[in-house]
Design a protein around this ligand. Structure first.
Ligand code: 9Z3
Length: 315
């Protein structure tokens, strides 16, 4: 088998981004997960979710953050599970999580109450109206070991864990999907230039100089998981440049799909862009009244496209 090329991005990753201490352990878990599900004939999707944190000091007091609640990744995970996929859920620590996301705004103590004279504690169904349905599905998924949660905080952790996950999933060939919904920083301070201690305000106004983060999609598509179905997300706040940016990403990285969205309208409107097609996915007022989530439609569009991709890659 041909040896994978060591791209310059691999070198940069190793030199300028601190390697998480648990990377080998996590890599083994991800490989075992991928092998097990591949043997069962299942497809596996790696979902990234939440925003990355870029520290300004190595003993970090201050950091830059990318905005993402993690809802896109967490709700999509539920729909991928319904479609029969196993999932590696690479998410920002404490961002929204599949199933529990439904109750993220509820104070746990408000949802519990004492019953009768026994002092037993029961769930208040009025505070948690769908708890039985959600709990049932959560436990099914847990018992069948279909969801492998992996956490990141910093950009460095995210990049190394993504690479490790991609290598673990390479055994699945075209049956692996990457669904890159995490909001990833474009800028960082290399480890070698980062002050160790808290930056002192007594030193006066702070001037920051940030390097460009290497474009990780490039080695992902070319070297780490070259047979996989790769979906990236393009986020803009200026709608007029969105589609052009999405198309440029497809031309540059030569992956399969870009889901393009604008920050304010992301819950009700996205465009699924491929090299040949462009499909708008929109929720109507009625959909919103019926609690339909746009992720259900996005995932359905992508699982169909993945089916075709697998069939084509077999001929
Ligand atoms: C997205 O565009 C996601 O859809 C959101 C989801 C982060 C907007 P929430 O988590 O929001 O439901 O609150 N993710 C990708 C963002 C990103 O960083 N994309 C890069 C870019 O646009 C390319 S990988 O340049």
């Amino acid at each position: 088998m041909a040896k994978p090329r060591l791209s310059s991005i691999d070198g940069k990753l190793a030199e300028e981004f601190a390697i998480p201490s648990h990377i080998n352990e996590v890599g083994e878990k991800m490989s075992a997960f991928a092998i097990g599900h591949a043997a069962a004939g299942r497809r596996v999707v790696l979902i990234t979710s939440g925003g990355t944190k870029v520290p300004l000091e190595s003993r970090t007091v201050r950091f830059l953050d990318n905005f993402s609640s993690g809802r896109r990744g967490a709700s999509s995970a539920e729909y991928f599970l319904d479609a029969g996929y196993a999932i590696i859920f690479l998410h920002r620590h404490r961002s929204l999580y599949p199933y529990t996301r439904t109750f993220s705004t509820i104070n746990m103590l408000d949802a519990l109450q004492f019953t009768g004279s026994t002092g037993d504690v029961v769930v208040n169904q009025q505070v948690l109206p769908n708890i039985t349905k959600v709990l049932k599905r959560y436990q099914e998924v847990k018992d069948s070991e279909l969801l492998l949660p992996i956490e990141f905080n910093t950009l460095s952790e995210y990049l190394h864990l993504l690479k490790t996950a991609a290598q673990a999933l390479s055994t699945l060939g075209s049956k692996a999907m990457f669904y890159l919904a995490a909001a990833v920083s474009d800028f960082y301070i290399p480890s070698s230039e980062m002050p160790e201690h808290k930056i002192q305000s007594s030193d006066g106004p702070l001037q920051l100089s940030l390097n460009m983060v290497p474009k990780i999609l490039s080695p992902l598509v070319k070297d780490w998981a070259p047979q996989a179905f790769v979906v990236s997300f393009k986020l803009e706040t200026d709608a007029t440049i969105l589609l052009e940016k999405a198309r440029r990403a497809l031309e540059t990285y030569r992956h399969q799909v870009v889901v393009a969205n604008v920050l304010e309208s992301r819950r009700g409107y996205v465009v699924v862009v491929t090299p040949e097609t462009q499909a708008e996915v929109t929720l109507t007022e009625e959909d919103l009244r019926n609690d339909i989530e746009i992720e259900e439609r996005i995932v359905s569009t992508l699982t169909s496209a993945h089916n075709k991709f697998i069939t084509q890659s077999l001929v």
